[in-house]
Design a protein around this ligand. Structure first.
Ligand SMILES: [Zn+2]
Length: 344
């Protein structure tokens, strides 16, 4: 029988059952420091899907970096079928700057497919697609909310992608949202290449919060089982939860400037008329109660007490039966508490 093909990334070749690291050179910074992408490979002994796990496309979103760090530490891959390509920090210049964007203030996730003679970010995007994305069959990309704007753990998928929808359900997040594709994003390129892709959003920028990390870790292992990369669990612990599907989301904005006093939190159900918060004149003269016009679940919220008129305050996934969904979200949190170690 012929030896299966090695997995080649840059100048490195990995054979079945091998693991290792590749540093792909991209360019250099003002201080002459090299810019590279650090890529970790875990190859199973048997062929199967090639799952790409990425985080740090935005340099201040750390939840995914922590999730992938924990996966790199896992010893649970003796029976791995297929391969894992793990990139905890895609955009190292942004990560070092503790910033969402590249040093030239561009967003890497608007620069795909990139160009070999473009800006630093454009070169990075180009090399990443050619050397890494071209090798994978499935993808999970990790993101988080902005600074002071945490997200409920959620999976985003593109419309009309049945395989990605199945991966999203296997991930078992509280909420799955179907969203359109943005020009220049990694997800757009994955779609062009017919690679089923899901995008995780959880927590907020610059912070590592344990609930989002736990959801993410459990989700990756669960998707790997769904894809046949890991053996099915002997004792299946089926959470009595249902993932909420939402086809649209909307932001509630500050009706006027003032102090923002929230009256609701992430994961809570709302219906038309639910009090979401109060915008108050700091001098005690006026208060405006913000009532919901929608039926849904709070999936994003501002933690800031300052609000200028028009500031985004509450992100809502519109869904019928939000009360039911809230109960499921609560139940799913309890299940995570009971089974804290998805690696076990
Ligand atoms: Zn992001």
């Amino acid at each position: 029988m012929n030896e299966p093909k090695p997995l080649i990334i840059g100048t490195a070749a990995f054979h079945s059952g091998e693991m290792g690291v590749v540093e792909l050179p991209i360019g250099s910074l003002t201080g002459y420091q090299p810019v590279t992408i650090n890529i970790h490979i875990r190859r199973g002994k048997r062929p199967g899907p090639v799952l790409l796990l990425t985080a740090g496309i935005h340099g201040d979103e750390l939840i995914g970096v922590e999730i992938l760090r924990r996966i790199l530490q896992s010893r649970g891959f003796q029976n791995l079928r297929g391969d894992l390509i793990i990139v905890p920090v895609v955009c190292m210049p942004a990560f070092l700057n503790r910033n969402r964007y590249l040093p030239d203030r561009r967003d890497l996730n608007r620069l795909f497919p990139g160009h070999p003679d473009g800006s630093l970010g454009s070169r990075l995007a180009h090399t990443f697609l050619q050397e890494v994305v071209a090798r994978c069959t499935h993808s999970i990309d990790f993101h988080g909310g902005a600074i002071g704007r945490p997200n409920l753990p959620q999976i985003r998928i593109s419309p009309n992608d049945a395989e990605a929808a199945a991966m999203a359900m296997a991930f078992k997040p509280p909420v799955v949202i179907q969203t359109g594709l943005r020009e220049g994003s990694l997800r757009h390129q994955l779609r062009n290449r017919d690679i089923p892709a899901i995008l995780f959003e959880g927590g907020e920028a610059l912070r590592i919060t344990s609930d989002s990390v736990r959801y993410g870790l459990r989700g990756v292992f669960s998707v790997m089982r769904h894809l046949g990369m890991l053996p099915k669990q002997r004792k299946v612990i089926e959470p009595a939860t249902r993932t909420v599907f939402a086809k649209s989301t909307t932001w509630v904005r500050a009706p006027q400037g003032g102090l923002m006093i929230p009256l609701i939190d992430l994961g809570k159900a709302i219906v038309p008329g639910t009090k979401l918060g109060i915008i108050a004149d700091p001098f005690g003269r006026h208060e405006t109660v913000i009532h919901s016009e929608y039926e849904g679940i709070i999936i994003g919220i501002t933690r800031e007490g300052h609000a200028d008129e028009g500031d985004a305050l509450f992100h809502i996934a519109t869904t019928p039966d939000p009360q039911d969904a809230e109960a499921h979200i609560q139940r799913s949190d309890e299940i995570l508490e009971e089974h804290t170690d998805p690696l076990g």
